[in-house]
Ligand binder design. Structure first.
Ligand SMILES: [Zn+2]
Ligand SMILES: [Zn+2]
Length: 352
């Protein structure tokens, strides 16, 4: 019975993927983009919905986003970035935080990354990956396919590297970014700490800076900009299967992206399918990922221009959408308290 059920599910999944890949939208969106930019925020989970995130709202608010896409069942970085970049589940690729660092990966390995397929389809294309956590560049993205790799362990500096790179006139067909300070704040201070939510607000500003750099470089005229998290955080970090840990943001903006909340079945690893689809590269058969049917449409829409970057006022938003009156009073004081704490942390770290 269980077998029959999973067979039916597999067939349904395959059909829904195929429908999109072969053009339920008239084929207009398949290959509609020259540039795909994937910005990964390690540990962000659904936290962009829990704080004021003006850049997120300005970039994705009128396009597609879901705060609680599914993660892999193991909510650890290697397992999830691995799936996001290779289109298979964590058991299939077998990456762990430890084994990523052991040896540099080449294209001879199984379960190639989307960079490999991009290179196969576009031998001359500029491909680039910016990592805070360099293990991704070392152990997931192949070393022998001409992907430019830049590592920097300070997020704002890494974003500075991206700004410089794009200002120099580089026009990457596929660009991946991994920011790590949000996860770092959770490990240091806890997943529901003031410091964690401050880090999410800072990440929002950094995402805004990357988007603006892409706009200035002209990439967004024909670019798809994606935001994704590998996992969320609990009080003491991540790795288990709590709702917070196993929720991840997935958001998209591009000229043919619809305004949609995206369906509840999407996974963060679906980014791999979406990226290849947007570049017009057929999804390899062994991928278990899917382009959400509601994501792309025929109609082209104007994209947001450069967004305003908040400069340091990172007071925390209420965590409840519709709290009762008593809770609102408490929240008022909590918010003021968080604002002060946040300001103090910022002063201390001079982060942005
Ligand atoms: Zn992580
Ligand atoms: Zn971590």
């Amino acid at each position: 019975m269980k077998k029959t059920l999973s067979l039916i599910l597999c067939v349904l999944l395959a059909l829904s993927c195929a429908t999109v890949a072969f053009g339920a939208d008239g084929g207009k969106s398949f290959g509609a983009y020259d540039h795909v930019i994937i910005v990964g925020v390690d540990g962000a989970g659904a936290a962009f919905s829990k704080v004021e995130s003006p850049c997120f709202d300005a970039i994705f608010g009128n396009f597609a986003f879901r705060h609680n896409a599914h993660t892999e069942n193991v909510t650890i970085s290697a397992q999830n970035w691995g799936s996001i970049l290779t289109g298979v589940d964590y058991r299939t690729h077998g990456f762990t935080n430890t084994n990523l660092k052991l040896r540099a990966r080449t294209s001879a390995a199984k379960n190639n990354s989307i960079f490999y397929y991009a290179r196969q389809a576009m031998p001359e294309a500029e491909l680039v990956s910016f990592n805070n956590w360099g293990a991704i560049n070392h152990g997931i993205i192949e070393t022998d396919i001409g992907v430019k790799k830049i590592n920097n362990s300070i997020d704002p500096d890494l974003v500075g590297d991206i700004e410089t790179y794009l200002a120099e006139g580089n026009q990457p067909a596929l660009m991946f970014v991994q920011l790590d300070s949000v996860d770092h704040a959770a490990h240091t201070h806890g997943g529901f700490s003031d410091e964690y939510f401050c880090a999410v607000r800072r990440a929002d500003a950094l995402v805004g800076r990357i988007y603006n750099a892409a706009v200035s470089a002209g990439l967004m005229e024909n670019g798809l900009f994606l935001l994704v998290a590998d996992h969320g955080e609990s009080t003491h970090g991540h790795g288990a299967s709590s709702k917070e840990e196993s929720s991840a943001v997935l958001a998209a903006v591009g000229k043919t992206v619809r305004k949609t909340a995206m369906n509840a079945n999407i996974h963060n690893r679906d980014v791999s399918a979406i990226a290849l689809y947007a570049l017009g590269i057929q999804q390899p058969e062994h991928f278990v990922t899917c382009v959400p049917t509601e994501l792309f449409g025929k109609k082209e829409r104007a994209l947001p221009g450069a967004v305003a970057i908040p400069n340091g006022d990172f007071a925390l938003a209420d965590l409840d959408d519709n709290p009762p009156f008593g809770r609102r009073v408490t929240n008022f004081f909590e918010k003021a308290y968080h604002a002060v704490i946040c300001w103090l942390i910022m002063q201390k770290e001079k982060f942005i």
